[in-house]
Write a protein that binds this ligand. Structure first.
Ligand SMILES: C[S@@+](CC[C@H](N)C(=O)[O-])C[C@H]1O[C@@H](n2cnc3c(N)ncnc32)[C@H](O)[C@@H]1O
Length: 271
């Protein structure tokens, strides 16, 4: 069993709500058709899900989270959709290991930054493959590769944060370097190699607006989220150490030359 490293506290949802279809699944957009039926597994606050719904105006998008305990984040996603006037989207409970849908149900089955948090990503990919239409459907997955994160200016405390996150995610049963493992997981899940297109996508955090948002969300998450609780519980960091890492993140965005980048592995599996 894995436990979701970040949790769904306000600091985490603020970070994940920055995500759009453009900045988080550009590799998929060229394959969408206006009447497609899409499933977004592990949708979180649903900003990508809602954007996908906008791109399939005659279609429908379903976002799922694994258990009823995630009902508050699903409700937040529903409210965001209503505020934006998007009606062709629904949010419901659905565990990625046992999706409550029949075989061959969706044109696209998508997951963004979910497989890195689960203990059996191959099983989840096999389940995504089950519910996608065959032939012709698409399984689309994108995962960051934590070790590829790079930043400027250098800082010892940020290097400690990076190591702390890696160790905490692993202690929770996840794989923070999931981006590089995606192809291997998909092949093990039985997706034929000739169906799979692999790409790399990036996030570059360099504008002042993005830097202030990024440093603020990390600073908050380090001290007040499930990540902080897990790091302390597993003896990976103490509360004062986490507070130092958070202070370092707050300082980072004040440097005019501050810059942060990360690589993501992406797979489009055309079944
Ligand atoms: C990092 S968040 C990504 C949220 C969203 N996809 C995005 O990119 O904004 C990972 C999400 O996966 C969900 N998750 C974890 N285990 C899951 C499972 N077994 N089935 C479905 N979702 C799961 C978590 O609850 C969390 O909301």
């Amino acid at each position: 069993m894995s436990s979701y490293t970040h949790g769904h506290q306000a600091s985490v949802l603020r970070a994940h709500s920055w995500r759009t279809a453009q900045n988080s699944c550009a590799y998929l957009l060229g394959s969408l058709k206006p009447d497609m039926k899409i499933l977004d597994v592990g949708c979180g606050p649903g900003t990508i899900t809602i954007d996908l719904a906008r791109l399939v105006p005659q279609g429908h998008v379903t976002g799922t989270e694994p258990t009823a305990a995630q009902e508050p984040v699903l409700q937040q996603a529903r409210e965001t959709a209503a505020q934006q006037g998007i009606t062709n989207v629904t949010f419901s409970v659905g565990d990625g290991y046992a999706l409550p849908f029949a075989d061959n149900s969706f044109d696209v089955v998508h997951a963004h930054q979910v497989l890195q948090h689960v203990s059996d990503p191959v099983k989840m990919l096999a389940e995504m493959k089950r519910v996608v239409k065959k032939p012709g459907g698409i399984v689309a997955v994108r995962e960051c590769d934590f070790a590829t994160m790079t930043w400027h200016p250098p800082s010892e405390r940020r290097s400690k944060w990076h190591l702390m996150y890696d160790r905490t995610a692993r202690a929770n049963g996840g794989e923070p370097n999931a981006g590089r493992a995606l192809l291997s997981w998909a092949l093990t899940a039985g997706i034929p190699r000739e169906c799979i297109e692999t790409t790399i996508g990036t996030w570059c955090i360099a504008s002042q607006v993005d830097k202030e948002w990024w440093s603020g969300t990390w600073a908050d998450r380090i001290v007040s989220s499930s990540l902080a609780e897990s790091a302390i519980k597993h003896g990976i960091a103490t509360k004062p150490e986490l507070e130092q890492m958070a202070a370092d993140w707050r300082d980072w965005c004040t440097a005019p030359d501050a810059w942060f980048g990360v690589m993501h592995g992406e797979l489009l599996c055309k079944m």
